[in-house]
Design a protein around this ligand. Structure first.
Ligand code: ZN
Length: 161
């Protein structure tokens, strides 16, 4: 278990196209464990590998129902619409309005490289869309409507700055 440093907006790693995971090695398992620890430590609902500097197609999400590990995830179906505020651990203290589908169906592989499908609505749908965007170097501010706002939500962090 280890907390990794979360890369902040402006770091070029957040703009990279991530690579598919071909095999779950010991290093990948450790990375995923660390990503989950780092997400919880920062009070986030999701974290993508590039946010800890690793250009691989891995995200972790927890909207309150336990951790979801998604390796090589893809969105299969998206419908409906939700409009609301969104934040990102790589843009601490900020938020903006983003339109997202209200329902998504996605597929991914788990840590044993077993294929699975998952459906989510509302916050889970938003988190899946947000985190999968990270794997293509897309940030919510690219999709934001209106201005970036200060958020009352500040991840606990003892970073310098
Ligand atoms: Zn994010």
């Amino acid at each position: 278990m280890a907390i990794r440093k979360i890369r902040e907006f402006g770091d070029s790693v957040l703009r990279k196209e991530c690579k598919e995971v071909k095999e779950v090695t010991g290093r990948i398992r450790t990375l995923v464990e660390d990503m989950i620890d780092t997400m919880y430590e920062a009070n986030g609902v999701g974290l993508a590998a590039p946010q800890v500097g690793v250009i691989k197609r891995i995200v972790v999400i927890d909207v309150g129902d336990g951790p979801i590990i998604m390796i090589n995830p893809k969105i299969l179906e998206a419908d409906g619409e939700q409009y609301g505020t969104e934040g990102c651990l790589s843009l601490a203290g900020k938020m903006g309005y983003v339109r997202r589908p209200n329902h998504v169906k996605a597929c991914a592989y788990d840590l044993d490289m077993n294929y699975y499908e998952i459906e989510g609505e509302e916050l889970l749908a938003r988190a899946i869309c947000h985190e999968l965007d990270h794997l293509d170097g897309v940030l919510y501010i690219d999709r934001m409507e209106g201005d970036l706002m200060d958020s009352n939500f500040t991840p606990e962090s003892d970073d310098e700055e």
